[in-house]
Design a protein around this ligand. Sequence first.
Ligand code: ADP
Ligand code: MG
Length: 672
Amino acid sequence: MSVDTQRETHKFQAEINQLLNLVINSLYSHKEIFLRELVSNASDALDKLRFRSVTEPELLEGASELEVHLIPDAEKGTLTIEDTGIGMTRDELVKNLGTIAHSGSREFLELAAQRGQKDVNLIGQFGVGFYSAYLVADHVEVVSRAAGKDTQAWKWISDAKGSFTVEPAERTTRGTSITLYLKEDQKDFLDEWRLRSLVTQYSDYVNHPIKLQVKKTTGEGDAQKTETKLEVVNKASALWQRSKSEITDEQYQEFYKHLTHDWEAPLAWTHFRTEGNQVFTGLLFLPKNPPFDLNAAQQRGVRLFVKRVLIMDRCEEMLPQWLRFVRGVVDSDDLPLNVSRELLQDSAVVKAIHKHVTKKTLDMLEKLAKDKPEDYRAFWKSFGTVLKEGLAVDTEYREKLGALVRYESSREEGLTSLADYVSRMKEGQKAIYYVFGESRKAVVDSPHLEALKKRGYEVLYMTDPVDEWAAQGLKDFQDKPLVSAMHADLKLEETEEEKREKEQRAKGLGPLADRMKEVLKEQVREVRVSDRLTDSPCCLVVPEGGSHAYVERLLRERGRGMPRAKRILEVNPTHPIIEHLKALQEKEPASAQVTEWVEMLYDQALLTEGSSVEDPNRFARRMTALMTQLAGPPKHTPAGAVAAGPETPTSEAEPSEGAAVAAGPETPVRPN
Ligand code: ADP
Ligand code: MG
């Protein structure tokens, strides 16, 4: 087949079709962002070329200037965005502009649906920015020639009606031209001033010259001549290399949006240049909202430049994993231009930058927390969980992170800092107390808090799985240890009277203690008298080195094969149920009711810590039996007929205690 007749038609992949439909029919606002997206693609293509030309200088042959050109043509009604970048081969055209399943396209469709399908501003964030061309054009032609010797140019054409064609084309130099046949009502994008102002607004910080083709008329009368020329319309210098005093807040914000495709301004930024051992410039931003794939590995890192040349889009070596939400630019003067991944991993230069960038980020957070608590709360909501990972893995930043964490507490709804907690600590209170559970609701009435509440101590509510490790990593704050109200070694300060009372109580369990141990020998490692209970009969506490039940459960759910670690059962000897059991145990050492009630108490303790009981049916049956007995016989039924359920032995109207006790473990229990 000869090259000239080689036109192929390709169907758009289904999701792209859906996306195009949305773009064409439903998105009304911010149509002008198509220019930002196409210029950004052109600029990326120039960056890629510059990077490759470090090792393959011949790629620059034929057109050494790296530029973006905007060419409006009023007669044809077209706007062309042209670059001298890396270009695309035929296969790349097909793959990049139509067939590959960008994971972003589906995400974008979902988000657009959520937001009423009106706001197109975020399209670039999802890696589908190219299609924004169809906001303003009904027909698009892309001619591209990949950099390199003897490459063939190709033309991609589509009306966005389900398919596109690809055919060979003519183009003398490498790069890409995208020609938009503007819709009737979008012709004002041909206007010189409109284009100028859009470039200044959205693309001023693009690192390459953006040149606009303008018509100049000179002379008068017969001598009048119209000529076209290209004029640079952007600053074309790296924003981070300018001095801070020359940059406005708006420019920082626009640069951030350019960098991240975020539609919202950042919460904060920090811009610095280091001198001395390592010379580098950093411009770091704190986004307001998490990206849709915050946890995806490729999302991490800052854009790395070496002497103004873009080396890597996402350089993760510059930041710890727990600052993966930070976006920005690092531009080093010391790294070699041909820096490789391997080199990055054990470069002393990189380690020094990493450390400095981490410190600068933490400073930025501290300042935000101090100056703009509202904004800091927004940050915490989006990224607090990620930041807390730092406590678990990087003890070096323990102190700084301790000042940044926020928790709910028993004081009131809303978040508190540890510093504020400490400032509210009671006379004699030695530690910062916390409980750990699935939600505020799950921990607020936890029996573990009873003694603390009685003393008027505030308790932090930790509800995030990472908190278990974060609290262990933090250890203390302002010399006050962090202590879990659920841990075995909770030692509260006691008055003399309390001590005496406790000793009294410790004797209290008597033979019941041994009986409980015997009944629960498979479930708990120890049974002991509790200091922390005032209202509840018992609770389970975590032995030294053990995990909270909630974390254990999560790990198990995630298939980590966590065995249920045996916990310690703490008992409140002055609780009426326990007193009853004590008396019964002394009177009838073989009582089956004791066994049954001890098992029920254990089940309750499991439930209050958020765990599930081992045998829910047995638990429910026993509860039902108890309630049935409490309810007594219904009015119109003869006594005795009530208790006719399968598990309920027929009882006499006045069963003797001995009868119930003798009936074995499945017998309904009766309150005394
Ligand atoms: P993204 O830029 O986020 O990758 P786009 O939809 O904007 O998503 O672009 C899709 C892909 O098309 C780009 O990743 C790039 O490979 C290719 N592309 C688009 N425009 C150009 C261009 N001017 N030069 C070279 N490649 C381009
Ligand atoms: Mg793009």
